[in-house]
Design a protein around this ligand. Sequence first.
Ligand SMILES: *Cc1c(COP(=O)(O)O)cnc(C)c1O
Length: 223
Amino acid sequence: MVELIAGLRAERIHENLERIREELTRARAGAGGGSGEVEILAASKYVACRDLPILAEAGVRLLGENRAQDLEEKVAAHGSLFEWDFIGQLQSRRVRLIVPHVRLIHSVASESALRELGRHREQARPGLAILIEVNLAGEQGKAGIAPEDLDAFIALAPVPVVGLMTMPPLSERPEDSRRWFAALRALAEDRDLHHLSMGTSQDYVVAAEEGATIVRIGTNLYH
Ligand SMILES: *Cc1c(COP(=O)(O)O)cnc(C)c1O
């Protein structure tokens, strides 16, 4: 279970947001590529439901939640303050709880989840689209579709697939993520998929340099 962060302050988060935004702009410019802004998604798993208005006050507009039940509770209480995505491990039996509320699901990685998406398409928020999570390094026990299985998997999707997401192997050094981010970009480009959801507190600058369209940030934003 993730620990909630206590003592969140809107001013502090606002400063962090501005700093991260500048770093992302610089990373994009330096890479000489990439049109369009990199969206900053704030990971909401660290934030108690009652504290969400602090994030809104700080200027956070896009949240990514990890757990279906928490998503339901948070949307019920503060739904209109934010745009909502789902970034957590997608359990097929919870798909129906998620689809009414979210813009994007970043983490689709099983055929059973695709089947449930098909089954509950009618209840989905209009425009709901998905990203496929890719396990680039072939790590055991980690969610994600293998690159070689990607096309067959996408062919089964009952809702639009608009991008790819990855969590690279854990490392202390942000530079270690670069090859995985570049590999994800290549897979997306080959398939004309627009969104690249990659980069967390640890390596979002490298991710932006490699073409991320959405970075998912928790720790660095709140402290
Ligand atoms: C929590 C989480 C993040 C944010 O991680 P930080 O290291 O706190 O920035 C990003 N992506 C996913 C899928 C997460 O669960």
